[in-house]
Ligand binder design. Sequence first.
Ligand SMILES: *Cc1c(COP(=O)(O)O)cnc(C)c1O
Length: 362
Amino acid sequence: MMNQLNFSGGPGVLPAAVLAQTQQALAAVPEVGLSVLGISHRSDWFAEVIAETERNFQTLLNLPPSHAVLFLQGGASLQFSMIPMLLLRQRQQTADYLCTGYWSSKAIPPAQLEGDVRIIWNGQPSGFHHLPTPAELTFNPEAAYLHYVSNETVEGLQFHDVLGLDSVIRVCDMSSDMLSRPIDVERFDLIYAHAQKNLGPAGVTVVIIRRSLLEHAPNNLPEMLDYRAHLAAHSIYNTPPVFAIYVTLLVTRWLLNEIGGLAQMDALNQHKAAVLYRVIDESAGFYCGWATVAAQRSLMNVTFTLPNAELNTEFLRQATARGLSGLTGHRSLGGIRASIYNAMTIEAVMALSNFMREFARR
Ligand SMILES: *Cc1c(COP(=O)(O)O)cnc(C)c1O
C-alpha cells in the first residue's frame, strides 16, 4: 500500500517536499539540533516560527495591519462557539447565518446559545445541492454579523464571490479553501480555517481577525476562549501545537517559494478541478455531480455519485487497488468525493481522471 495518491477530505494531502522536511525535523530541526517534537514553545526558535508563519500569511494574503493572525486550538468547531461569544453575547442584535451544507449547519446551534440567530437561507429542504443566488439573499443591515462557509467541504459547493454587506461584520469559515486562491481580506472581519484540510496537519486553527472587533469583547469570557488573551501572548498563551504550527510554516514557505503565491495556486487549482468536472460532464450521466449549478462547484472537493450502490462500491474498490485513496464520500452523503487541495498534484488528478474514464467505459 505504499505511495497511494491521497484524495482524502481531511486531514488531507501535504506537499511531498514538506513531508520530506517534516521527516527530517522529526529527527532534528537543522538549525536547532533537536526533534521538532521536543523543543520548548518558549524557545527563541519557536518565537521565530510563529513570527515567520504570521509574516507568510501576511504576504500570501496581502494582509493589512488592521488584521491580526492567531494560531489557536480546538479546530474550526471551537470557532463556532468563540465567534458568537465575542460578537453576540450580551448584544441586542441578531446574527445572520447561511445554512448551505453540513458544516455551516453545525455552526448554528453554538451561536444560538449566545443570542438570536436568523437563518437567512436554508439549503437543507432541497438537500444541499446548490447555494443561494444573490437575488435569494436579503441581509440584515442591523445584524451583529454575518456568518457563512466559503467552501462546503462535504457537499463540494463553493462561493466564488464575497457575500453580505460591507457595513456589517463579515465572518467566514474558510477551513477547506484558505490559501487556495487570493481573497480580499479587507472585506472580512474574521476568517478562520483549521489546518488539516489545506494548510497543514490537524491541531492548529488559523484565525485572521480585525483587531478593532476586540474592543467591544464581553467581560465574562474564560481566558482560553478570549481572542484578546491569545493576541496579547502572540499565540503562545498556553502550550501551542508546536509540531502543527511548524509544518504549517513549511507549507506557507512552499506556497511562497515553490508555487509563487496564491494567484499561481489558484490557476493550478482551477486546472485540476476542470480536469475532473470535464470527466463528469462527458460521462453522459454515468457520473452525476452533486452540485446542480456548475458555477457553484467547489475547486477543492469534487463530489459525485454513480448509478447505484454496487457500482459505487466497485469504483472505490478498484480505485484503491490502483493507488487512488480517500475517495469515499462523507458519511452523511455517501457517493464519491475527490478532494484536490493545494498539495494535490496535476499528475495525481490525471491518474484519477484516466481511471474514471476507463471505469465508465468498462
Ligand atoms: C472540516 C470542517 C470543519 C470542522 O473542523 P474541525 O477542525 O474538525 O473542528 C468546519 N468547517 C469546515 C468548512 C470544514 O471543512
